[in-house]
Design a protein. Structure first.
Length: 634
């Protein structure tokens, strides 16, 4: 008789145990614990990664937020290709597309009859085009899901802030929910109210978003026509914002939340045992901005950064929505496409083979044959391992085939039963006994643990360290990372920046204003400031007369709990330092969350002195913080 391996003995023992008297009856499944996902939320969790596509008037004005007074004639892509955009997203391993059908400027990418501010009145396809239709159909052909972003804020509409606009907005929702097939997500942005064109009024309009929009009625309207579309962001929606636009989820990031409007910190971390199943979506752009800017071609996130981004979002159980902004052709830039393909090839190669397959699974306890330890290896979403109800600290062991080398460990809970595991640990035995290699909080949809280096182990053990109910583990899988191919980014463009050599601070509200033009975005000028009306100013002597046609302000990206970017600005020019003229003033666009460079242009004028005044804070804080100020030539 040939010698039996340890794995053979384990397997034989488990088979014998399953055949013993008293093991035939199937015990009841565990009761769900706490909040649980709806069917559409369960389907959403399985998407994991998908694309955002920001494409509109802003693409042609080089802005992040349009004011609302832009002519539809500006929207004129020279070579629009939904197939190229969708194909690049699919090559990047993304499973869906969410298109900005209307951004804050109010311009609609579909030929609606509700407003003239749409593609009907643009040169695109001779006024017969429909960007939403083309992207939706390209996504269907590629096997990708399709979703819609529809900004609640509309800086073009004359009735924004009044009841008539709500009727208009609801009609837009119905058009988009009934014309473009099945939607997997409907995005309601949190930016609402501020400066705008508003039909020519050119004023500031403020709203109480919860009262004005009556969000529950908006969600109900979407679900009336699209029952499987997850709504995004306001309280009561299916999916929450993760609290930043860097694509970084908290660790842990619980899918459960309190039943109130969350703070950014709550959105990032979630609440263990919260009454709402309200999972986080991590959003970020492949570039610094959300819309295409040619000067950002050299700043595209490379494949290694996308890999790290995946670790900071999907690996923590959230879904990643990665923005891909088409350029003025209506295509993704070549460098974006190359990065996506390199990352996608790496991802497919890494996850092509589950190295736990062929292992023998055993557990410290099993509630019955239907809940066997082997269920974590069967690749099915409807099976799981679970011990008896009273066993909250059970352990599961995989006896691995020889020579299995891996550096990624993926664990999933059976989500219909809730987020049951509070804390867990992972141990490996490479021949010298058990060694703990990782600990963490929250498994839920999934946790992907990246080991410092690849290991060849004989056994792996998952220990449930703390749980309020017996665990229900749906999967334990192992993978070996395949590194993405390097992609060379283009050299930085020669821009129109006015050289800062010779600049001198003449006056400032606080010391250290020289940091604004030191060329280091890691340093910041900070000034004590509170509220909406406080001001901080700096006056700079340029040392020579220059033709100035704009400025770029870069907010600080440093983590500061008591500092915030500025809300508004006023820029003045002077030829002699005595007579001043205001050349630009207004509100910065999406500066609080995105922290992207703010590009402000104006009619070129000669100046030897510049005064920038920062007004108010874009979010609560005690100081305003700005990293860089760049002046632009015509």
């Amino acid at each position: 008789m040939s010698a039996l391996s340890r794995r053979d003995l384990i397997a034989a023992g488990l088979a014998a145990a399953g055949a013993m008297p008293g093991h035939a009856a199937t015990p009841a499944a565990p009761r769900p614990w706490g909040a649980t996902p709806s069917p559409r939320q369960l389907a959403w969790h399985r998407r994991e990664r998908y694309a955002f596509v920001h494409f509109s008037i802003n693409t042609f004005t080089d802005r992040e937020w349009g004011y609302g007074d832009e002519s539809p004639a500006l929207f004129d892509p020279t070579d629009f290709s939904a197939e190229q955009i969708v194909g690049a997203a699919k090559a990047g391993g993304l499973r869906g597309i969410v298109l900005t059908a209307k951004h804050h400027d109010g311009f609609c990418l579909w030929p609606t009859e509700l407003t003239d501010h749409c593609v009907r009145n643009s040169p695109f396809r001779g006024g017969k085009g429909d960007v939403v239709r083309e992207v939706e159909q390209a996504a269907r052909r590629a096997g990708l899901a399709f979703g819609i972003y529809l900004s609640p804020w509309d800086r073009n509409h004359a009735d924004y802030g009044r009841p008539a606009y709500i009727d208009y907005y609801r009609k837009q929702i119905v058009e988009l929910c009934t014309r473009y097939g099945e939607l997997f997500e409907f995005w309601f942005d949190g930016a609402n109210g501020g400066d705008g064109y508003y039909g020519g009024a050119r004023e500031t309009r403020k709203i109480d978003a919860e009262a004005y929009y009556d969000w529950p009625s908006m969600f109900a309207l979407v679900h009336q026509h699209q029952p499987m579309a997850c709504t995004f962001e306001p309280l009561g929606s299916d999916v929450r914002w993760v609290g930043n636009e860097d694509g970084v989820a908290g660790d842990p990031c619980w899918p459960t939340m309190p039943d109130h409007k969350p703070s950014q910190a709550e959105g990032n971390a979630g609440l263990r045992g919260g009454p709402l199943w309200w999972p986080a979506e991590t959003n970020t752009s492949i570039r610094p901005g959300w819309f295409y800017h040619a000067d950002e071609d050299s700043k595209v996130k490379d494949p290694q950064r996308l890999l790290r981004l995946d670790d900071e979002s999907v690996a923590r159980g959230t879904n990643l929505i990665l923005n891909l902004p088409p350029d003025r052709r209506g295509r993704l830039a070549d460098v974006d496409v190359a990065v996506l393909r390199a990352f996608g090839d790496s991802h497919r190669a890494t996850y092509a083979r589950d190295l736990a397959q062929g292992a023998v699974a055993s557990a410290s306890a099993v509630r019955g044959a239907a809940f066997a330890a082997a269920n974590v290896l069967d690749g099915r979403a409807d099976t799981y391992w679970s011990p008896p109800d009273a066993d909250h600290r059970a352990a599961l062991t995989l006896d691995l085939p020889p020579g299995r080398t891996f550096d990624l460990i993926r664990v999933r809970e059976h989500l219909p039963l809730g987020a049951r595991v509070t804390r867990f640990a992972l141990d490996l035995d490479s021949g010298g006994g058990w060694q703990e290699v990782a600990t963490g909080e929250c498994i839920a949809a999934q946790r992907i643990v990246r080991l410092p280096r690849a290991v060849t182990a004989r056994r792996l053990r998952l220990r449930v360290v703390e749980a309020p109910a017996c665990p229900a583990i749906g999967e334990v899988a192992l993978f070996r990372q395949v590194a993405p191919a390097a992609v060379a980014l283009p050299a930085a463009r020669a821009d129109k920046a006015i050289a800062a050599g010779g600049w001198r601070v003449v006056a400032a509200s606080a010391p250290g204003a020289e940091r604004l033009f030191d060329g280091d975005a890691g340093t910041a000028w900070q000034v004590p400031l509170t509220g909406d009306s406080g001001e901080a100013s700096v006056t700079i002597a340029l040392g020579r007369s220059e033709r100035v046609a704009g400025f770029v302000l870069t907010p600080s990206r440093a983590v500061m709990t008591d500092a915030a970017p500025p809300k508004r600005y006023r820029l003045e020019l002077s030829r002699d330092g005595r007579a001043w003229r205001v050349v630009a003033q207004g509100e910065f666009s999406n500066i609080a969350n995105a922290l992207t460079p703010q590009r402000i242009g104006f009619a070129a004028d000669a100046a030897a002195f510049v005064r920038l005044t920062l007004i108010g804070l874009a979010r609560p804080g005690a100081r305003v913080a700005v990293a860089e100020l760049q002046l632009s030539a015509p």
